[in-house]
Write a protein that binds this ligand. Sequence first.
Ligand SMILES: Cc1ncc(COP(=O)(O)O)c(C=O)c1O
Length: 442
Amino acid sequence: MPVRVLDPAAPAAAPARAADVVPVQRLASREAAVRSYHAAYPKNFVSGRGSHLQDAQGARYLDFFCGAGAMNLGHNPPVVKAALVEHLQGDALLHGLDLETPAREGLRQALDGVLVPRGLDYKYLSPGPTGANAVEAALKIARRATGRRGVIAFTGAFHGMSLGALGVTANRQVREASGAALPDVTFFPFPDPRHPWTEHSLAHLEHVLDDTHSGVALPAAVIVESVQAEGGVNPAPLEWMAGLVALCRSRGVLVIADDIQVGCTRTGTFFSFDAAGVTPDIVVLAKALSGVGLPLSLVLFRPDLDVLGPGEHNGTFRGNQLAFAAAAVTLPLLADPALGGEVLAKGALMQDLLRDQVAAAGIDATVRGRGLILGVDLVDTGRDTASRVQRECFRRGLLVEAAGRHDTVVKMLPPLNVEHADLHEGADVFGQALQAVLASPS
Ligand SMILES: Cc1ncc(COP(=O)(O)O)c(C=O)c1O
């Protein structure tokens, strides 16, 4: 059969006919209960373009969830689609392990384009395709390089669902779901303005590292998100991040920056920690790397930390060639400082719009974020308010997430190239949903 030439700039394909779409109930009946996003957004989504999704009935949704932060350029960005079509039409490899291929070279060059102008001399490896697998590899590197086992993580942290990554994840429910011991990790308080004593978390960490009777062995590494995303959109103060890196460096403890959700210009700079002026020893990236949600993760590390031998972090799906081809065109777009500037401006606008909506609803709720990761903390209006607002937003055509402890924070991740009009619309829908929820007690 001849290959049909797809024009990536063509209008979105007509949504599948309702008859082609498996009803949600039928899917749900055979699938395990472990699904979760589907419950928050219970529709069959058949197409996506930019900031919008369309369901099987033709209803349109504004997407401020964006695949949990995987779609920083929105859905089906034409230039990335074009690269994928070209890759497919050329019969290039789709599965590549760590074989040498043009797509692999393309990724290498694109990464150089990110790192060299920033003066960063990282080596990198592409582990299994998930963020969690990158975290596993980063922990393995840190332990091998230092010969130590312990790791310091922070309260509120989220680093993934495989055992090593869960070990450094704070959420009790998902830890307990593993049914396994998650050893060798000590948690310290992440800074939280609601709990002023957490200001002293660095002093506490310093004391524990230096006190030979602290009961905590000198760790291999500290793993940190400079903005906790799943933890409820908690940005670490920049001076705290700088202090953490300086402290660790002075004690020979490696710093692993988890930029899986807030890297790739989500916060206005390519790496979220750029704003703190620090250079972590190891960085993990995933989610938005390919620009279209294709699975790809990377571990960047100082050249002297290239300590894993051939085959010591193997995996069948380390070389997703389509993801590499997509990342080769996505990375230069994401790393463009002009986009970063736009993200900061749009983030500031969105914070203002959300504060206006909170004020109009007559409640006292913190709006926080950095760049285009935004959170509205509704904990003071009741434990279920944020989840109800999430559902009400969806009913009104807007996808947002509920995050943080007990899902009390409404979290928004608009595409970085979102239109201003969409930000206004999203904020308005959020405000209407908030007022509707407040008017009808649960
Ligand atoms: C900060 C952070 N680290 C790690 C992960 C795990 O990534 P993945 O779901 O691709 O395994 C996530 C996922 O949400 C994340 O937000």
